[in-house]
Design a binder for this molecule. Structure first.
Ligand code: ADP
Length: 207
């Protein structure tokens, strides 16, 4: 099964992606997590992405497309995947299709989690904890990966820009998948278990 999860900031994409992957025994590929890890470990990708991610801007298509291409060629993707946070622009969606065509594979569904803009804002900002309030534990201090769920780009001043970019750059993808009859729209403004159940029901995977 090959799935894409679409939604604005705070729509619950990563929660649903994680549960779906567990349920289906396939790999979760989150562009946001990949980028945050690359930034924390200061890889070449991290250096290129950091100025964009910190400001809530999108990382340029050419950087991410090539990276995701390589990622989707790894052997752990053979049984399928859930892509979370990618594609995020129409160009990325087209490039994903070209890659799948090359590989003789097909996307099953793009799942769109809808939530009102006010929910995107409150959920994202609720994750934000100013860094002085989260002194690292000893283990976390030794570990270079980000410690808590708190993210710099959940800052109340940055979230509106991410929401704006979602409407400007990601919403057009809905039409792209809708036209290809690949779009499943799910109400994301419900408890996570309910959202998951609705997704499984629409995928005809519930019992
Ligand atoms: P969100 O909760 O806003 O969906 P993510 O964790 O998916 O956040 O992404 C965090 C940041 O990483 C984005 O604001 C953007 O800077 C960058 N990013 C992630 N995925 C992409 C992508 N597909 N294209 C461009 N930039 C991306």
């Amino acid at each position: 099964m090959r799935l894409v999860i679409l939604g604005g900031p705070g729509s619950g994409k990563s929660t649903q992606a994680r549960q779906l992957c567990r349920h289906l025994g396939i790999v979760e590929i989150s562009s946001g997590n990949i980028l945050r890890r690359a930034i924390a470990s200061q890889t070449d990708l991290g250096h290129k992405a950091q100025p964009y991610v910190e400001k809530g801007e999108l990382v340029p298509d050419e950087i991410l497309i090539e990276f995701m291409r390589q990622r989707l060629l790894q052997p752990d993707t053979a049984k399928g995947w859930v892509l979370e946070g990618y594609p995020r622009t129409a160009f990325q969606a087209e490039e994903l299709d070209f890659l799948l065509e090359d590989l003789n594979q097909q996307l099953n569904w793009a799942i769109y989690l809808t939530v009102p803009e006010s929910v995107m804002m409150t959920r994202s900002v609720a994750r934000y904890v100013p860094s002085e309030q989260t002194p690292p534990t000893q283990n976390q201090a030794q570990d270079s990966t980000p410690s808590t769920k708190s993210r710099l780009d959940d800052h109340p001043k940055i979230v509106p820009r991410r929401i704006e970019l979602f409407y400007e750059r990601t919403v057009p993808i809905l039409e792209y998948y809708g036209y290809r009859q690949k779009l499943l729209t799910i109400n994301g403004d419900q408890p996570p278990e309910q959202v998951q159940q609705n997704i499984l029901h629409k995928l005809e995977l519930d019992d």
